[in-house]
Every structure is written in structure tokens, then in C-alpha cells.
Design a protein around this ligand. Structure first.
Ligand SMILES: [Fe+2]
Ligand SMILES: [Fe+2]
Length: 134
């Protein structure tokens, strides 16, 4: 099964830096689709590196704006990193293993951006609005 990550404005959280990092996650997700089994660990490592630095950026921003759900959001990030770690613990040496990785990556990228990152940006926008109007 091939999954395609297509950027759409509904994925935009309204911040250029964060959006650019999310787009990079999409690119890595697409790169993963047509890759040979033997290169899978390499791409997961790339994803791992990008994801950890992206999560740092987000958590830093959340702290700066006083996001009340920072602790919970950080737990979600840590859970995703553990999930990735778990996937690379054993060699991905079968078609089924490869599909499992792709599905996991697809689910977490889409679900996390749409359901959790968006929530924090809504908070940020509300806060910006109230600062401007006060
Ligand atoms: Fe994110
Ligand atoms: Fe996030």
C-alpha cells in the first residue's frame, strides 16, 4: 500500500516555522513510500532526528506562550518517539513490517498535527487576539 502525504491548508497551524517543519515531515513520509526495505532504517533515523528537533521547537514555543497543556503535549511527543524507537528495535525485514511502519508514521503525523498541534495553535491565536484587543 502506498500512502501519499499531500499538504493542505487544513494542516497549517498558522506559524511559518512550524508549518515548514510539518511539511518536512510530510516529505519524509513520502520518501518512505517507495523505499527499499534495506533503506528503511536510514529513513526512520532521518525522521527521528527531524521529529525530535521539531518537538523541541514546539515545546519551546508552548513554554514561551504559557500553553496550559504543555506537559500533556510533551507526553504525546515522547510517546511518538518511543513508538519510533520501538519500531527500529528489531530489523524491518518483511513487507508486513514495512507496512506497519508506514501506517504508524502516517497515523501519527496526521493525527498529531490535526488534533493536537492545531489545539495549541488555537490557544496561541486566542491569546494573540486578546493581547491585541486589550
Ligand atoms: Fe508538530
Ligand atoms: Fe506537537
Amino acid at each position: 500500500m502506498s500512502i501519499k502525504f499531500e499538504w493542505d491548508k487544513r494542516y497549517s497551524v498558522g506559524n511559518e516555522e512550524i508549518d515548514a517543519q510539518h511539511r518536512r515531515l510530510f516529505d519524509l513520509g513520502n520518501e518512505m513510500q517507495n523505499i527499499h526495505l534495506s533503506d528503511m532504517t536510514k529513513i526512520i533515523m532521518k525522521l527521528y532526528t527531524h521529529a525530535t528537533s521539531h518537538f523541541d521547537t514546539e515545546e519551546h514555543h508552548m513554554k514561551a506562550i504559557g500553553y496550559p497543556e504543555l506537559v500533556h503535549h510533551r507526553e504525546l511527543h515522547n510517546g511518538l518517539i518511543s513508538g519510533l524507537n520501538h519500531l527500529i528495535e528489531k530489523p524491518i525485514d518483511s513487507y508486513t513490517g514495512l507496512e506497519r511502519v508506514k501506517q504508524f508514521v502516517y497515523n501519527w503525523i496526521i493525527d498529531h498535527i490535526l488534533n493536537h498541534d492545531k489545539k495549541y495553535f488555537e490557544f496561541y491565536q486566542e491569546q494573540t487576539k486578546s493581547t491585541i484587543s486589550s
